[in-house]
Design a protein around this ligand. Structure first.
Ligand SMILES: Nc1ncnc2c1ncn2[C@@H]1O[C@H](COP(=O)(O)OP(=O)(O)OP(=O)(O)O)[C@@H](O)[C@H]1O
Ligand SMILES: [Mg+2]
Length: 260
């Protein structure tokens, strides 16, 4: 069974095509990495999957529900952490969790039980009454993840969840992601960190709104005959743009005072 099914999905903003007839499936229970350079269409695709944006052409289905027409079923089954994650900075840790529990209409028993689990998961025990804005980036990120999990979604969608957090927090976060996946929850995640991408079950590369490759990390590395995913990523971009990513040091002459 596929948790996500995307067929010919296209999104235009006026005359500009941000997502251009893409198709891929994500199997239930997998960690699926969605990679691509800035502006390639990752967040736009994710917003359509979450039912926030309407597709111009094609469709995206989440657990069999069409994201355009069966929005309520999609939202019930999906946990979404957006690129600028969605905590209320001037609420306390507890109040943020209560707010999300309220959105999903949880009863007090479920709310209190899940809150306890999330506080433990985020390492926030004893900080329940702290105002969110004073938390470190790693804590905020894990709290935002907890908020996205409070209604026990079957699919978790994370848009650059680790941008700007330190290596220890990134590692902890990914341990949590793999634990979540082992419980049968499907994860769709975008990242610019190739060490994170390497731990996904499958990857899709998007460039200028088009999918250019899909596969398991080790297969993509093997296919390109390189040593790691970073090299794969760079090869794709060089191939698609027909340019080299290496900068000539001649280009830097402007930055130093020369002898006239
Ligand atoms: N609402 C909008 N109106 C017009 N253009 C948009 C809109 N949203 C996104 N775009 C454009 O669509 C393209 C894809 O943007 P998107 O945010 O999907 O990229 P991304 O792959 O998530 O990039 P990043 O890695 O920087 O987050 C960009 O050129 C962006 O400027
Ligand atoms: Mg984005």
């Amino acid at each position: 069974m596929n948790a996500i099914e995307i067929k010919n999905l296209t999104k235009r903003f006026g005359k500009f095509t941000a997502v251009d007839h893409i198709s891929f499936n994500v199997e239930e229970g997998k960690v699926f990495g969605f990679l691509g350079p800035n502006g390639s269409g990752k967040s736009t695709t994710i917003k359509i999957i979450c039912g926030v944006l309407q597709a111009t052409e094609g469709f995206a289905k989440v657990l069999g529900y069409d994201t355009g027409t069966q929005n309520a079923n999609v939202k019930k089954n999906i946990g979404y952490m957006s690129q600028k994650f969605s905590l209320y900075e001037d609420l306390t840790v507890n109040e943020n969790l209560d707010f999300y529990a309220g959105i999903y209409g949880l009863n007090k028993k479920d709310r209190d039980e899940r809150k306890k689990g999330i506080i433990a998961l985020a390492g926030l025990s004893g900080r329940e009454k702290v105002i969110t804005k004073v938390l470190s980036g790693g804590w905020k990120q894990r709290l935002a993840l907890g908020c996205a999990l409070i209604h026990q979604p079957k699919l978790l969608v994370l848009d650059e969840p680790t941008a700007g957090v330190d290596p220890v927090s990134r590692r902890t976060f990914w341990d949590i992601i793999h634990k979540i996946s082992s419980l049968g929850i499907t994860v769709l995640v975008t990242t610019h960190y190739m060490d994170e991408a390497e731990s996904c079950d499958e990857l899709a590369f998007i460039f200028n709104g088009k999918i250019i490759e899909i596969g398991a990390p080790k297969d993509l590395i093997k296919k390109e005959g390189v040593n790691n995913l970073e090299d794969v990523f760079i090869k794709y971009v060089e191939r698609e743009t027909n340019t080299s990513t290496t900068t000539s040091f001649e280009d830097l002459k402007f930055a130093v005072k020369g002898e006239e």
